[in-house]
Design a protein around this ligand. Structure first.
Ligand SMILES: Nc1nc2c(ncn2[C@@H]2O[C@H](COP(=O)(O)OP(=O)(O)O)[C@@H](O)[C@H]2O)c(=O)[nH]1
Ligand SMILES: [Mg+2]
Length: 329
């Protein structure tokens, strides 16, 4: 999918082209990894200046490695960074969880630079990495790549005076490329991250074009936006077993007709997703449609079905199909 020009602030800066006296372009891959819910997907979106990854205040939201391409001048020199947002690395509780961890681990090998994202408030409180963060670091270490440690959600740290001593302790835990406190949500202090990553990338470009945003088709993002709307409204135990499949895509010129099936694991979950008199499904559908229309910049008719596929989160083949290909068929 190409970069949506009208929604990407960086596109309007018009200084994307390299200045004549600037350093040569550099390009490479950076994997964003960390335990669930630390803000990896929010950081990806903030770095790109556009919403690519769905975000929810619960673990397990990101189901696949997602590529997002940053392409902008860093101190005047063109810099292309293919960021890979990954599912959270934690001890898996299901087959689905196991596939997500495999997916994230596999991505680490693809990075020129690794970005370990942790929760600033949590490390400040402990004056150390949490055991879960440490486990991610241990997966990264053998790869011998530069690691940037980013302390996210620094906006939530009340006692900022605790930050500096924490940074000093953390600096001793590993020979980091750098340590950066930041807020992905507010978009603050992200420039030092990008600047440091650039330092470790080879000269050249990954893509000749300057508007590559991701390698996923529009359908993938449509399914994700439906899942995001559902995650925003449905609590309880339903979300873990939800997958969204796009089964209809008809371009009628003025209107794009899309049909999706929301897959759940139990009849009781189906009832929750549909809600009393269909109210819940209506809310989800409306919210998803608005976000899909904003993304595609066109009018959309969205049909939603709900289907029960018992035990799909424990069936390796179904998990792979639904998380990687987005369809059971
Ligand atoms: N306060 C605060 N919240 C954040 C920040 N970054 C992410 N979040 C929130 O943390 C939750 C998890 O974010 P998400 O990006 O889905 O985390 P991921 O699981 O690591 O991809 C969401 O509710 C985000 O809005 C931040 O810098 N500050
Ligand atoms: Mg995520």
């Amino acid at each position: 999918m190409a970069r949506p020009r009208s929604t990407t602030p960086r596109d309007s800066t018009a200084n994307r082209k390299q200045k004549p006296d600037a350093a040569p372009p550099r390009a490479g891959r950076c994997v964003i990894a960390g335990r669930p819910n630390v803000g990896k997907s929010t950081l990806l979106n903030a770095l790109l200046g556009t919403k690519l990854a769905i975000v929810a205040p619960r673990p397990g939201t990101t189901r696949t490695v997602l590529l997002g391409v940053f392409d902008a001048p860093v101190e005047g020199a063109r810099t292309q960074i293919a960021f890979l947002d990954t599912p959270g690395l934690e001890a898996p509780k299901s087959m689905l969880g196991r596939v997500l961890v495999e997916e994230a681990q596999g991505a680490l090998e693809q990075g020129d630079v690794l970005l370990l994202l942790v929760d600033a408030g949590d490390v400040v409180k402990r004056r150390a990495l949490a055991p879960e963060d440490q486990r991610v670091l241990e997966l990264m270490k053998p790869l011998g790549k530069p690691i940037v440690l980013a302390l996210n959600k620094v906006d939530k740290v009340k006692d900022k005076g605790q930050l500096l001593p924490t940074l000093e302790v953390l600096a001793k835990a590993h020979p980091w490329a750098t340590i950066v406190p930041c807020s992905a949500l507010r978009g603050s202090n992200l420039a030092p991250i990008v600047k440091e990553i650039r330092e470790h990338l080879p000269e050249g470009l990954l893509y000749e074009e300057d508007d590559v945003l991701t390698d996923r088709p529009e359908r993938f993002f449509v399914a994700e936006l439906v899942r995001e709307a559902l995650l925003a409204h449905v609590r309880q135990e339903v979300p873990h077993g939800v997958a969204v499949q796009v089964d209809e895509w008809v371009d009628e010129g003025k209107l794009l007709r899309i049909g999706v099936t929301i897959i759940v694991t139990k009849d009781s979950h189906k009832a929750i997703v549909i809600g009393a008199r269909g109210e819940m499904l209506k809310t989800i559908g409306q919210e998803a449609r608005e976000n899909i229309e904003a993304m595609l910049e066109r009018k959309v008719f969205l049909r939603t079905f709900v289907k029960v596929v018992p035990g799909w989160t424990e069936d390796p083949e179904k998990v792979r199909r639904l998380t990687r290909e987005g369809s059971l068929s």
